[in-house]
Design a protein around this ligand. Structure first.
Ligand SMILES: [Zn+2]
Length: 75
C-alpha cells in the first residue's frame, strides 16, 4: 500500500453541489474520477446543466460551509 496516487483518493468526501438552474443537488461526473481535477466535467443529473470549473469550486466551498454549519447548529 505504498503509492503516491493515494493522495488524490483521500478527498472522496465530495458533496454534491446545488444546481443554479433547477436547485437539485444531484451531480454527474465526466472525464475524471475527481471532480476537482483538470478535465473533469461536473453536470446536473436532473436538467443537464454543466458547471464551470470555477463555478463548481465556489459552489462546493459554499456547500461545505453550509454542511459544517448544519452540523454545528444541530442541537
Ligand atoms: Zn439542474
Amino acid at each position: 500500500m505504498a503509492t503516491g496516487s493515494e493522495d488524490s483518493l483521500t478527498r472522496t468526501d465530495i458533496l454534491p453541489v446545488k444546481c443554479p438552474q433547477c436547485g437539485e443537488a444531484q451531480n454527474t461526473l465526466d472525464g475524471a474520477q475527481d471532480p476537482l481535477s483538470p478535465g473533469a466535467s461536473v453536470g446536473c443529473m436532473v436538467c443537464n446543466y454543466v458547471f464551470g470549473a470555477e463555478e463548481y469550486r465556489r459552489l462546493l466551498a459554499e456547500r461545505q460551509r453550509e454542511f459544517e454549519g448544519l452540523q454545528i447548529g444541530e442541537l
